[in-house]
Design a protein around this ligand. Structure first.
Ligand SMILES: Nc1nc2c(ncn2[C@@H]2O[C@H](COP(=O)(O)OP(=O)(O)OP(=O)(O)O)[C@@H](O)[C@H]2O)c(=O)[nH]1
Ligand SMILES: [Mg+2]
Length: 913
């Protein structure tokens, strides 16, 4: 196999010295092998995207395919004679040529194929697709704004910018404005053409016979009548490229000029009446042809030639490094065409030399010295006469010339003086330098191309390797691995590291879980649904309370009130304050009974109803815990339940501990709800219908008693709250204290004992404050809404105090009603706020517990792992086996890559030693 291959190689490169051919064959085989190994690796890679590496390998494959057609791109200014040059090289009148700008309208590929006979030679057309137009259109949408940046999106614009950059330098007429103006028009032109073709408005085939010359010319010439901008049959913008498939030259001894195994690419000239031409040119240049023939016209060697050189520099060489540039320089053949015009005095030698020197400098630092002025072997510079060569070849082959062609030929004959007419065509041909150019290109293709090809292939292979390596390492980084230890003794440490990484990730997952819980709660608390539901429930309590108290009062008024409050033994507050206020009212015993009953009812209702509210909150929380699978998650992170449980306090597992926290949370919250509601509700005086019993002497004492409900219950609640001690409510404590101080009725007889009472209240409050401050809670309360509600309530309270002082009971009823309405609203709002805050506070405590439980859990695991606990490790690795597998795979890829590299290195060592 290898031998066969070698024979084929040697036959193919018969122009090379045998030793060189063999050495290069060895190198080629090595690269082939490397490519094969890399391909195997890349094909089996999973989990990382190696598409780019695959592309590199395809490129390498292409470079290594020495038997493929070599691609020679002919580029240059319009009218330089590119098409004529190709016709001359082929010795055939194939491509349309013409005086004037922009003749060749698209990319034209010409290749010869052994086995095709002259009769089956044909031209195939490839059309642009709707997709490619669409992309172009999208890319140019932003064109209405200004600046070059936006143009860069469009390739034709990008090409044009390159021209402009060089043109600005050379005072060209192409400006950025020109491009901005052109592009939309041209896109429209393309779109219209494509649409017309797509709708089969006119007949175009995909294939033409080589002799359908007229039809082909009309299709492929930018300057044909059919392709006129106003033509209804305009077609050229839709043709992506044309392919001439010619019969191969099978003769052993070739008489005419010929290129073996090549595809010659004719391009539209750099002239830019249309951006499309730049785009086509760019596409060709970017496709990295194996050789480039750069055609400069002798008669006008000025700005255009420089533009072209800059195009090369900007579009082709810009991302080349020095060695790539010098590789590229070897591929460039510089042809000054129409050299006959120098002789006839139409050109300017000095200007030409200057232009050529500059172009050379752009191509490469040493192009001028090596390829233009250097040794014959390296020669890449030709002053050619394509037209003359073409005409001569026609004569040689006995093809008749047109009258115009005859005239030109005659004028050339005059130019060169008389010669033997028979030998003239051959002499002209030789003189035209075209045979020399072809010979050089052939030599390049058979000799230097090999080395170049191998170097390029090698470069693509390393690119592929580097790419695979980079993406693998990146992937490993995602798994938290920053270095790939290959030594086997590292295994132990590796496992430890990996286990710890899993554990850290577990912890991160738990942290994320708690974060999402927090977010859920936050959202829920602020949701309309929640607020309206709680308000509704609060309303229910308020109305129940109102109704019950009305009942108690009316029972009291008609004397049927039963004091069964013994069933509710803990009513210490009323007892105490009854003596404080009721004892001095002169209606001994009566308020006591009423107040005891009222307070009892109050406790009863709030006790019952607050449970519902608490349940509403806690059941939401429970459902959240279930939804987020908190316990399951936590359990999933306990890899060794027994060990972990033992190490946890009170032998509770993390989940048990957390559940206990949850139960505590709920219990706390229930009592908070109760006390919160107690406080809020007693701020609300009770509305009773006093009118009916206005005349009754009892009524006045009832009124009096009712009016005292406010301060008494106020005190009762503050006292109650002090027991819960859950919040630093010093702000509102101060406010309540002040309200109550001003509110306690002060009759003249009472004045005497005033000091005593004030002291009593002040004492109570300072001890309350102390207990709050000492409790050290960090809960932040929305002080604004709190003090607002207290302030508005406060405004009305002095009024009541005054009325009570003056014994104006009628008015009291009105004020109490007002108070009721005001406080009713306030109570709901404040209660809601408090409930929310307290819920969040309790939830916060739960979160802290969660964090500490999970932290301890992970810490325990880490210490087990450190201590070499096999069980936990096993379980950890098992749980993460998929990831484990991924990592193993990727490390495997990297090792294979390393192996491929070492092999290559080894063999090159072998080679040098
Ligand atoms: N005097 C002279 N004229 C030439 C020579 N080569 C080509 N021409 C003429 O220059 C004109 C342009 O030639 P083309 O081959 O169409 O030029 P091109 O570079 O393909 O032009 P585009 O397709 O527009 O890019 C034609 O009229 C040719 O006959 C030459 O060596 N000497
Ligand atoms: Mg042309």
């Amino acid at each position: 196999m290898s031998n066969q291959e070698k024979q084929s190689w040697l036959r193919w490169f018969k122009g090379l010295e045998p030793e060189q051919a063999e050495a290069e064959f060895v190198e080629w085989e090595k690269l082939k092998a490397r490519k094969r190994e890399l391909q195997l690796l890349v094909d089996k890679v999973e989990g990382v995207n190696v598409a780019t590496a695959k592309q590199y390998l395809r490129n390498a494959e292409q470079k290594l395919d020495y038997k493929r057609n070599y691609r020679i791109a002919v580029i240059g200014e319009s009218g330089a004679g590119k098409s004529t040059l190709i016709n001359a090289i082929l010795g055939r009148n194939l491509l349309p040529t013409e005086t004037g700008d922009s003749v060749t309208g698209t990319e034209v590929r010409i290749s010869s194929y052994e086995g095709i006979d002259l009769s089956s030679e044909k031209v195939k057309l490839s059309f642009e697709t709707g997709d490619s137009f669409f992309i172009e259109l999208i890319n140019s949408i932003s064109l209405s704004s200004t600046g070059n940046k936006l143009l860069e999106k469009d390739t034709s614009a990008e090409a044009a910018i390159g021209i402009i950059e060089s043109a600005t330098f050379e005072n060209s007429n192409k400006t950025a404005d020109w491009i901005i103006q052109r592009l939309p028009e041209e896109l429209l032109d393309i779109a219209r053409t494509w649409e017309a073709i797509n709708q089969s408005n006119y007949n175009i085939r995909k294939e033409y016979g080589i002799d359908e010359r007229e039809e082909l010319d009309s299709l492929l010439k930018e300057s044909s009548a059919r392709n006129d901008l106003n033509s209804r049959e305009r077609v050229i913008p839709a043709i992506a490229y044309a392919e001439y498939r010619l019969a191969g030259d099978n003769r052993e001894e070739k008489e005419s000029i010929s290129l073996e195994h090549v595809e010659i690419i004719d391009t539209p000239g750099i002239n830019a009446t249309t951006l499309r031409h730049y785009e086509i040119l760019l596409k060709v240049v970017r496709s990295k042809p194996d050789a480039v023939v750069l055609v400069v016209r002798a008669d006008r060697p000025g700005a255009k030639a420089i533009e072209m050189a800059h195009l090369l520099e900007n579009m082709l060489l810009s991302d080349f490094d020095a060695s790539e540039k010098s590789d590229f320089a070897r591929k460039v053949f510089l042809v000054v065409n129409r050299a006959d015009q120098l002789l006839s005095g139409q050109g300017n030698r000095d200007a030409l030399d200057k232009a050529i020197k500059r172009i050379c400098d752009i191509i490469s630092k040493d192009y001028w010295d090596i390829y233009t002025r250097g040794m014959e072997d390296n020669k890449r510079y030709f002053e050619a006469m394509s037209l003359l060569s073409f005409l001569a070849s026609q004569k040689i082959n006995n093809h008749s010339l047109s009258e115009e062609e005859e005239n030109i030929y005659e004028s050339q004959v005059k130019l060169f003086g008389s010669k033997d007419a028979d030998k003239l065509p051959d002499w002209f041909n030789e003189k035209s330098e075209i045979p020399a150019l072809v010979k050089k290109i052939n030599a390049f293709l058979s000799k230097e191309r090999v080395g170049l090809m191998l170097r390029e292939a090698k470069e693509y292979l390393s690119l592929a390797e580097r790419y695979v390596e980079t993406v693998c390492l990146e992937k490993l980084k995602q798994y938290g691995i920053t270095e790939v230890d290959s030594a086997e003794e590292e295994e132990e440490r590796q496992i430890q590291i990996r286990c710890k990484r899993f554990l850290n990730r577990d912890q991160e997952e738990l942290e994320r879980l708690i974060k999402s819980l927090k977010k859920d709660i936050e959202q829920w608390i602020h949701s309309k649904e929640h607020k309206s539901e709680v308000s509704k429930q609060l309303n229910v309590i308020f109305s129940k309370l109102e109704k019950e108290l009305e009942k108690v009062i009316s029972e009291y008024l008609n004397g049927s009130l039963q004091d069964n409050t013994q069933a509710f033994p803990e009513l210490p507050v009323v007892e105490e304050y009854y003596y404080f206020i009721g004892g001095k009212s002169g209606t001994d015993g009566v308020p006591s009974k009423l107040l005891r009953k009222v307070e009892w009812k109050f406790h009863e209702i709030v006790e019952k109803e607050s449970k519902h509210i608490a349940e509403y909150y806690t059941s939401y929380f429970s459902s959240l815990i279930t939804k987020r699978e908190v316990n399951k998650q936590l359990k999933g992170k306990s890899y060794e339940q027994d060990y972990v449980e033992k190490l946890f306090e009170g032998s509770l597992s993390p989940t048990q501990e957390l559940r206990r926290k949850q139960i505590e949370f709920f219990a706390d919250y229930e009592s908070i709800c109760r006390w919160n509601l107690m406080y809020e509700l007693v701020k609300m005086p009770i509305l009773a219908d006093f009118k009916k019993s206005e005349a009754s002497p009892l009524a006045s004492s009832v009124k009096e008693a009712m009016s005292t409900l406010i301060p008494i219950f106020g005190l009762a609640v503050t006292e109650a709250i002090s027991k819960t001690a859950t919040a630093p409510w010093s702000v509102f404590l101060d406010a309540i204290k002040e309200i109550l101080e001003r509110q306690i009725p002060k009759s003249p007889e009472e004045k005497a004992s005033e000091d005593k009472e004030v002291t009593k209240i002040a004492d109570l409050f300072s001890s309350l404050e102390d207990s709050f401050i000492n409790s050290g809670n960090k809960l932040t309360i929305d002080n604004d809404s709190l003090s607002m509600s207290i302030l508005s309530a406060e405004e009305l309270i002095p009024e009541i105090g005054q009325l009570i002082n003056n014994r104006e009971f009628d008015k009291i009823s009105v004020v109490v009603k007002q108070q009721f309405i005001l406080r009713y609203g306030l109570a709901i709002g404040t209660a809601l706020t408090f409930l929310e805050r307290l819920f969040q506070y309790e939830f916060g405590k739960y979160c802290i517990a969660f964090e500490s439980v999970s932290q301890r859990l992970i810490e325990q695991h880490i210490s087990f792992v450190n201590a070499g606990n096999i069980d936990i490790r096993k379980k950890l690795l098992k749980k993460h086996s998929i990831e484990q597998g991924e990592i193993k795979k990727i490390i495997g890829y990297l090792r294979s890559l390393e192996a491929i590299r070492t092999q290559t290195l080894d063999s090159s060592f072998a080679e040098t030693s």
